[in-house]
Write a protein that binds this ligand. Structure first.
Ligand code: RB5
Length: 145
């Protein structure tokens, strides 16, 4: 299950993401927002992050204008590894190396065609399971050690 969240600046691109996931018959839970009316992006990062933390979703997609604010918020949450991607190479690498569990995109940054390829790359690439990457992720998850 993919958790979806966006603010007003990401609303239009998120409509395309939903259509794309529907076409691929990938299940998602939409946490809003639900229109182009101005909202606060941290509220949507928080809801998607909680869904991953409690296990009702295993991955997420977040979109704001730049993708920056919403990823800063998501990455403050324990267990969340949110990756802001504007290219397919990064989307693939962040799954292989970082086991990123949330894809973040900037609705004002990239076009629909590229965004859908990034979504596919992110969702279709498994974590490498390599020891060195597991070790690094462990260090991310335990920053005080
Ligand atoms: C909203 O205007 C905009 O600040 C937001 O979507 C995002 O780009 C923040 O990082």
């Amino acid at each position: 299950m993919i958790g979806l969240g966006c603010d007003h600046s990401g609303y239009e691109l998120m409509q395309e993401v939903k259509k794309h996931l529907d076409k691929r018959e990938i299940l998602y839970q939409n946490f809003g927002c639900y229109s182009k009316d101005s909202v606060d992006y941290p509220d949507y990062a928080r809801q998607v992050g909680h869904a991953l933390q409690e296990g009702s979703c295993d991955k997420g997609i977040l979109i704001c204008g730049t993708g920056i604010g919403i990823s800063i918020m998501a990455n403050k949450m324990s267990g969340i590894r949110a990756a802001l991607c504007s290219d397919c190479f990064s989307a693939e690498a962040t799954r292989l190396h970082n086991d990123a569990n949330i894809l973040v995109m900037g609705g004002r940054v990239i076009g629909v065609g590229l965004a859908m390829k990034i979504v596919d790359t992110f969702l279709d690439t498994p974590f490498s399971e390599e020891e060195r990457h597991k070790r690094r992720i462990y260090k991310i998850e335990h920053p005080e050690t």
